[in-house]
Design a protein around this ligand. Sequence first.
Ligand code: NOJ
Ligand code: CA
Length: 702
Amino acid sequence: MKKIVLSLIACGALMSATAMDTLTSPDGQIILTFDLTPAGQPQYSVTYKDKQVILPSTLGFEIKDETPLTTGFKQGKPLFSSADETWAPVWGESDSIVNRYNQMIVPLTRKAGNDKRKMNIVFRAYDDGIALRYEFPKQQWKGFTITDELTRMALAGDHTAWWIPGDYDTQEYKYTRSRLSEIRAKSEDARMHNLSQTGFSPTGVQTSLMLKTDDGLYINLHEAALVDYPAMHLNLDDSTMTFTSWLTPDRDGNKAVVTTPFKTPWRTVMVSDKATDILASDLILNLNDPCVLDDTSWIHPTKYMGVWWEMISGKSSWSYCDAENFDLATFDYSKATPNGRHGANNENVRRYIDFAADAGMNQLLIEGWNIGWEDWSGKEKDYVFDFLTPYPDFDLDVLNAYAKSKGIKLMMHHETSGSIPNYEKYIDRAYDLMNRYGYDAVKSGYVGNILPKGENHYNQKSVRHYLECVKKAADKHIMVNAHEAVRPTGLCRTYPNLVGNESACGTEYQSFGGLPVSHVTILPFTRLQGGPMDYTPGIFSMNISEYAPGNNSHVNATVANQLALYLTMYSPLQMAADFPEHYAAKPDAFQFIKDVPVDWSKSVYLDAEPGEFIVVARKDKKSDDWYVGGVNADDPRDFTLNLDFLDPGKCYEATIYADTDDAHYLTNPEAYQITRRKASDSSVIKLHMAPGGGFAISLKEI
Ligand code: NOJ
Ligand code: CA
């Protein structure tokens, strides 16, 4: 049911340059003020419960070959409105989302020779934060090139920040927790190696950025609805603790080429005195347009396994042979000697299909099914993959038919090796092939530098490409999970076939040296704000060298922690990432992965602290069952779980998957215990979470 109240409040006479306009959140706790500086530059500030969140901060742009759109503005009378609607996502953390805000549009004009420039700033105040965007209405001025966006966010102190370094090409960084004033000194250490990376400033950071003030406010800075515009980073002036937007440039150094009418993405500031409010916030989704797809019946939450971890861990290979000086255009696979390590071979794939089907999985991802992996080494080569031709030992027809006979689908994989032109050349044929064989989901990837040379992963052109793929896929009823693409900004509301992105260090980094145990207690505050992550949880065997000799990396998590991730890392697409034989060795723990739903009618964040722990309860969309997950970082933690969120009057069987008292992510990671008991909304369960541990609970109605 949809109810929108739009009220327009006339606002008296034309405002003078110094008048202050105020916008208040529906609950009255957030107050945003706007005015023009004496020089005619737009500026705003924000308070929450009378505490300063954003000090007066100016807004504007640098424009190519034009006077900047900073000072000299005249303001018209603001237009106020409000909305209160409830909408139902196709999939999500809950089955209905309230979108309630007050809005103020500030019309601005600026003389430019004999012409004038029109620019509106739209402000929204929600109960959990504010957002602003620039709109350039239809006007004489047909278009322009933005060389810099100058959106400032002046913070009221030297807050604690959980950040990754600013980069035009990757978000695959571990988080650093530091004071804002320490970012500059820690920036170099924070920059771990990636096949494609382009930093820009020692005080540059990426969004979503999580902050905490000394007096207990949680603040989150991000953007929403990134369409036809470059991704925004933030650059800190650490003498004033002021962030300025920093857009990703194109190969000529320009930031965005726009045609009027045009609107930028939203710039967002979430704020609360409760960490759980940040996790529960729907601000980013609400700022995106409603779903534009008429038919969404073909979009479905998915649990999948994959011929994947064996390549990531180094046990097997993506490639069929070990050719040197490889050229796909001339290489003859029929004469090649197989390397004997190719993971995506018929026999192995059948083995996974059998296991995944028995386990009730929906899909099986197979990487390395297609020719070209011999050449895949980040060499900035245009033609590496054709996305069409299977390896000689991968029978596309037979394996798809076999999977179908077992009631599961194969999931397509398109590694583009960063060559956007090559992918665009093949994409229609590649999607058609998927339609022909009944694939309805693709994992795409953009490892290595973006081609053509000089372009970056997050500039305007690349951002356009990722969305075009999603739109094209929607036309062909294909769900998309894009790795190494731009980080999400809530576009899955508009295009719910965008079921996942990577855009952060996922489980694969457990095989590339390991992840800090705090990582999964930070991601929901940062990366997940924009949309679900294909984190690929569910590893049960933590010593990788036992199955991939030579790889001495260690999965820094306990088994119970891995189970909890199905709750704490919300996604409609969840992988059971480990090998069939590792699950077969721990069938009692694997039962949780089989049981856990991937779509929810309700979610309740019970307690959390970034970098320390997260506990969340979720109700299955298809039944009255509840599931609870808790993940923990470095310090052992006792947690008293009050089940008062359960539906009153109902009785449940609780199955509790927990760390043993001596479990530890390094020394004893596979030690778990499973207990059962009856539970109701008056029950309390005492839990212990090991370092790098957690717990997972299923509560099935009886
Ligand atoms: C990086 C992706 O994150 C990973 O999941 C994938 O297996 C490799 N690229 C190969 O495409
Ligand atoms: Ca990746």
